[in-house]
Write a protein that binds this ligand. Structure first.
Ligand code: A3P
Length: 318
């Protein structure tokens, strides 16, 4: 019996009785934990993460608000960092989904998972938690954050969560999802506070946090690969540049390539014991501006106004 683990479970049960409750997109309720909306299990995992996660100073953590480009960035970080371990004609990513390249911290089976068996250096991890919800040990290491136009995030998330939504609940209509998103009520939200938490931290600690935008990645993926390589401590050499390694990575991780691989078309990806996702659902359109096919002019204005009001004076533009 792990007394500490049992204490956390108890604390979690008590917490859920006191936290503000909101509407979930996948499960019935979200809970507002220190300013952010999480499903009950993700609240518990946050407590566990704080207690059990032992970081190394060299760890690098990928963070994104859900549906902002996590899958793509995972593939890019993994293939950029490990570019000497594989050839681009026979790559790990040809036979393994990007999700499986490194662990997602939000649904691990703590305290059983302690990650000490990971022998690669630096170790890579991924999470969706806002900056203020991270344990101090993660904040003191390196972080790569990616953000995306909230209108595209909303549409992407609505599609994705509709697929995962409990069959016991009525379907989540786009109008309701829109309203909830604008109120900040969606898993890991409010979106704007999430982005700002990392933006502010990146201004304060520029050498620790690399702040990326999905739209920049689409427009100039090769620039992002060079940035990632340098940030992760493995800048591209002149010889690699000559050999076209940057374009090899960009092509390997492109939406067209990854979404057409057999390994990403079939089967389930498990997140902890509770969540299973069809692998193909991580790849939908991969475009900028698909929101135009779903949101009215009025809805667009509403999101843009919120974005402008929240970001005013921050120096951040999306
Ligand atoms: P859409 O639903 O707009 O198509 P996440 O990985 O954070 O869950 O984000 C998923 C979004 O990223 C989806 O957006 C998905 O299609 C897109 N995506 C996945 N792989 C991508 C890639 N290699 N390049 C560009 N976009 C990608």
């Amino acid at each position: 019996e792990d007394i500490e683990y049992n204490n956390i479970c108890q604390k979690h049960n008590l917490l859920l009785q006191t936290l503000p409750k909101g509407n979930g997109w996948r499960v019935q309720h979200l809970y507002n934990y220190n300013g952010f909306w999480l499903n009950p299990n993700t609240v518990k995992n946050n407590l566990l993460l704080h207690t059990y996660f032992k970081s190394l100073p060299t760890d690098i953590v990928l963070v994104a608000f859900m549906k902002s480009g996590t899958t793509w960035l995972k593939a890019l970080m993994f293939s950029t960092l490990n570019r000497d371990c594989y050839t681009f004609s026979n790559h790990h990513l040809h036979n393994h989904g990007p999700q499986s390249t490194f662990p997602f911290l939000d649904c691990e089976s703590y305290p059983i998972t302690d990650f000490t068996s990971i022998s690669v250096n630096p170790r890579l991890f991924a999470t969706h938690y806002a900056y203020t919800l991270l344990p101090a040990c993660i904040k003191s290491g390196k972080i790569v954050y990616v953000c995306r136009d909230p209108k595209d995030v909303l549409i992407s998330k609505w599609h994705f969560m509709s697929k995962l939504r409990s069959k016991d609940l009525p379907p989540l209509l786009l109008d309701s999802a829109f309203e909830l998103f604008c109120q900040g009520e969606s898993e890991y939200g409010p979106f704007w506070e999430h982005v700002l938490s990392y933006w502010s931290a990146s201004l304060e600690f520029p050498e620790k946090i690399l702040f990326l935008k999905y739209e920049d990645m689409k427009k100039q993926p090769e620039v992002v690969v060079r940035k990632l390589a340098a940030f992760m401590g493995k800048p591209l050499t002149a010889d690699e540049e000559k050999r076209g390694v940057v374009m090899d990575i960009v092509k390997l991780c492109s939406f067209e390539n990854l979404s057409n691989l057999e390994v990403n078309k079939k089967g389930l990806e498990k997140f902890g014991r509770l969540v299973e996702v069809e692998k193909q659902d991580f790849f939908r359109k991969g475009e900028i501006g698909d929101w135009k096919n779903y949101l009215s002019e009025e809805m667009k204005e509403r999101v843009d106004t919120i974005t402008n009001e929240k970001f005013v004076g921050s120096g951040l533009r999306l």
